[in-house]
Design a protein around this ligand. Structure first.
Ligand code: XMP
Length: 513
């Protein structure tokens, strides 16, 4: 059966991705498209419904973003949210006026007429508003169905043409029953079956991958992180031995990291996994380098060389697979002054696909991060992989400050392993964003037994964050901090002091380099 799809047209709202996620939570497949997507394209793709997102612009301003007006003639249900509603009203002959007061925050929505959007919901719901302009006259054919204190037109509809508008944001958690309102639109108005599931996704993806790859060979750079691990598992399910994974041991990995990847993918999944043991090469290139950016650059360049060399030794390869996710590929709109569609291109491995004439295969490019985890779970990947904390590409090189030395790395690995062990034991490892140690190449005086010591310092960096854009240091139980500190100083040779990083981001960053 054909997959039903909802198009979410992006007018630049910070919530556009959240709308798409909510639709998928209702088991309906959604796709974010630029606001200017031609109606003919949407018709050809057979979308079951169209949602116009909010956005920062004002319809009263010249040059503000407009959808293709032919959209309203397709006979496909349309739901406008906030700016989306205002642009519908503006284009169809209603009136929007500049409001004196920006309505921002909670409002209480009261229904004034029956509507399929509110079936099964209470008479009053608390909703979240964030808009400047307001709708003062409805276009012909529309009627109001719910009001707030500040607006008689908080929810409007033209049942005949199946056009709907919400002044508030149903997609945000602050709106009660927001997902139910969207679900009513999807199921009762658009007639979606709500049968999009991860199991279907796997089945469809496997077929698509097989059809595209045919008898050819695919290579994938496995980092051990969530995205590349799930991509590997999905591709392996589809094409088995036609997939080769390359794991580069750059000498900057954590304790037992390489062995864990080998155990999981080679032993458990029986994948063709090539481990490139190139620690010596990476460390040689890093010798005497202490500038953080220079370290990153050298690691990146070396990685591309090693990877390319490894592919050459596999033989005939046609595809390079990557764990690119949906947020990386959405065409984002920038709406400030002149609207222009920017395409965020995912960083390929240093132009390697073009140089080696490899076709890109990105089997996760339709999924959000939490969907990738769900997919990984269905494919049998363990929780330790799916909920692993983020780990930077340059690895421990950005956690040994200044020059990288093998003995510094060895010390850091042991200290870091102790921290992780204690975080897991305290049931906190999966509750924080990241927890790791940083090696400080300064020496301080201490005393152990009767002896004076002059050893290095390890800093604990443990942060809470939602997206790594901002972060705060985690308020861990003091007993835990004490245990970690005691263990590191007692068990790790060369460390006689442990300090706790209590900086927030901004102005600090999560990593020290
Ligand atoms: P910062 O230090 O900028 O880090 O607050 C934000 C998030 O990004 C990770 N990070 C990196 N990831 N290559 C990566 O792949 C890098 O060079 C890099 N630097 C930082 C960091 O661990 C945190 O999650």
């Amino acid at each position: 059966m054909e997959t039903q799809k909802i198009a979410v047209l992006d007018f630049g709202s910070q919530y556009t991705q959240v709308i798409a996620r909510r639709v998928r939570e209702c088991q309906v497949y959604s796709q974010i498209l630029p606001y200017s997507t031609p109606a003919s394209q949407l018709r050809d793709e057979g979308v079951a419904g169209i949602i116009l997102s909010g956005g920062p612009a004002s319809v009263l301003r010249e040059g503000s973003p407009r959808p293709d007006p032919a959209l309203f003639e397709l006979g496909v249900p349309v739901l406008g949210i906030c700016y989306g509603l205002q642009v519908i009203a503006h284009l169809l002959g209603g009136e929007v006026e500049r409001s004196e007061r920006r309505e921002y925050g909670h409002g209480v929505l009261r229904r004034t007429a029956p509507s399929p959007l509110f079936e099964g919901l209470p008479e009053e719901v608390r909703v979240w508003n964030s808009h400047g302009d307001r709708l003062v006259r409805l276009p012909a054919g529309f009627r109001p169905v719910a009001a707030t204190e500040n607006s008689d037109f908080a929810v409007v509809e033209d049942a005949e043409r199946s056009l709907f508008g919400l002044q508030f944001h149903p997609e945000v958690a602050h709106t009660e029953f927001g997902t139910e309102i969207l679900r009513n639109f999807l199921h009762r108005v658009c007639g979606c079956r709500g049968d999009w599931s991860m199991a279907d996704f796997i089945e469809r993806s496997v077929e698509e991958i097989r059809a595209r790859v045919g008898e050819d060979h695919v290579v994938l750079g496995l980092s051990g992180g969530v995205d590349s691990s799930v991509a590997a598992a999905l591709l392996h399910r589809a094409i088995g031995d036609q997939l080769t994974c390359i794991f580069v041991d750059n000498g900057l990995l954590r304790l037992h990291e390489r062995e864990q990847v080998e155990l999981l993918f080679r032993e458990n999944f029986a994948m063709d996994l090539r481990v490139e043991d190139r620690a010596g090469e990476f460390l040689r290139r890093l010798e005497g380098v202490s500038d953080p950016e220079e370290k990153r650059k050298r690691i990146g360049n070396t990685f591309v060389e090693v990877f390319e060399d490894s592919i050459t030794r596999i033989g005939e390869v046609k595809f390079l697979a990557q764990g690119t996710l949906y947020p990386d590929v959405i065409e984002s709109v920038s709406i400030d002054g002149n609207p222009a569609a920017l395409i965020k291109s995912h960083h390929n491995v240093g132009g390697l696909p073009e140089r080696m004439r490899l076709e890109l295969l990105e089997p996760l490019r339709q999924l959000f991060k939490d969907e990738v985890r769900e997919l990984g779970h269905e494919l049998g990947l363990p929780r330790e992989v799916l909920w692993r904390q983020p780990f930077p590409g340059p690895g421990l090189a950005v956690r040994v400050l200044g020059e990288i030395r093998p003995d510094y790395l060895a010390t850091l690995r042991l200290a870091d392993a102790i921290l992780q062990e204690e975080m897991v034991a305290a049931d906190l490892y999966y509750k924080v964003w990241q927890s790791f140690c940083v090696f400080l190449p300064v020496r301080t005086v201490g005393v152990m037994g009767d002896e004076r010591t002059y050893d290095h310092v390890v800093a604990l960096r443990i942060v809470e964050s939602a997206d790594a854009m901002t972060a705060d240091w985690a308020r861990l139980p003091h007993d835990l901090v004490r245990r970690v500190s005691n263990r590191i100083i007692n068990e790790v040779e060369g460390v006689n002091r442990v300090v706790l990083d209590v900086s927030s981001k901004p102005p600090s960053t999560i990593e020290w380099e």
